[in-house]
Write a protein of this length. Sequence first.
Length: 434
Amino acid sequence: MKIAVIGTGYVGITTSVSLGELGHELIGVDIDPEKVKKLKQGILPIYEPGVESLIQRQLAAGSLTFTTSLKEALPDAEVIFIAVGTPSLPNGEPDLHYVEAVAREIGTHINDYKVIVNKSTVPVGTADWVRDLIERELERRHVKVEFDVVSNPEFLQEGKALEDARHPDRIVLGSSSQRAKQTMQTVYANVNAPIIHTSPRNAEMIKYASNAILATKISFMNDIAKLCAHLSVDVSEVAKGMGLDQRIGPHFLRAGVGYGGSCFPKDVEALYALGQSAGQEMSILRDTQRINREQPGWVIAQMERELGSLKGKKIALLGLAFKPNTDDLREAPSLKLLPLLHAAGATVRATDPIVTDPVKEQFPKVGIAADAYEAALDADAVLLCTEWASFLKIDWKRIRERMKGDRVFDARNALSIEKVEAAGLRYWGVGRKG
Ligand code: UGA
């Protein structure tokens, strides 16, 4: 099938290459000429394991192309994915003006049946609104062209997008007609996953509710972890015991410094705003957000308690990205920890396998180290903020030899207590003590 994907951000690119892997012919569209120029050369604007080599392979095979012209991309495409950004407005609602511009342009140029698919995370009712926008453009042109709008939300996780695309838990297809449903079935014919056929409005809500419950699970466990700390209980053991209950499930129960990224914070806020506009106060979402907002401050308060004070202390901060295997710093907990550490009088030397320059620009006082061993030189304490695989394989004896102090703060509950303690270091975790 010939498919156009509009928007070459994180969602657009990963969608394009994974649809390409299913054997489709893809054309990626973006208004940014610089981005398109680089993509044509196989240079990726984001870091996502495995994606760059796939782009290069698909470019070489001629099954993937990029353009800045939507008008050029439309005639051949049977299916058009909208994967443009939906950033938050000051009131928490998503800004849909990119979606609106794309919908109008589609209406201006289509001349035969198309299935238009919403991949961007958008409020309930957006598929209907996109349909209206396109219809209005067609009326303005005095032409009759058939088309359908489908909601097909994205469930890929940054850092493991390709794995998620190959083995999704489910594919949600909110189609408004039998014809669109059949077309979408052909798009995903080669994926072995349950398909939920539903209405566009249901699909839109499935996406928001899924992200909101995952964020809520994390905040719930962060609250439990604080209680565990108080009662000398190990929250990791609690999570293990809870997770074996199939009704609860083992995932997203890891307590830590809070969730970040471009999705959970934005989507929880948008769902709350959706509730507000319907006259419903979704207080559970407010608590999810409050706990997440307070978590970095709680971690710092615990460090202060354990170390006496952070004044004049040297902290080695391991990890800056909001999670491993990505260069994404959006809403990263590290960006909340850094000002708190500075305000408490600590000096920080940070390290991350991928992302350091933007942090240095934002926080010029932060020292940047090449690796954990350099960061730990003369440090009073190590603070793990992102659980990159390389940090999980650290030689703690080597770290101990370089440090002045002996404290390891694991703000992701990701390290082996035994390994840290075997090196003569003292371990602290979020609701988890050595
Ligand atoms: C999230 C969802 O997991 C995807 O299904 C969805 O497609 C995506 O948002 C989106 O809406 O586009 P992502 O933001 O890439 O994916 O990252 P996650 O792996 O979900 O992690 C989010 C944050 O939660 C990270 O900061 C992570 O460190 C944190 N987290 C995750 C925890 O603190 N504890 C956990 O147990 C799991």
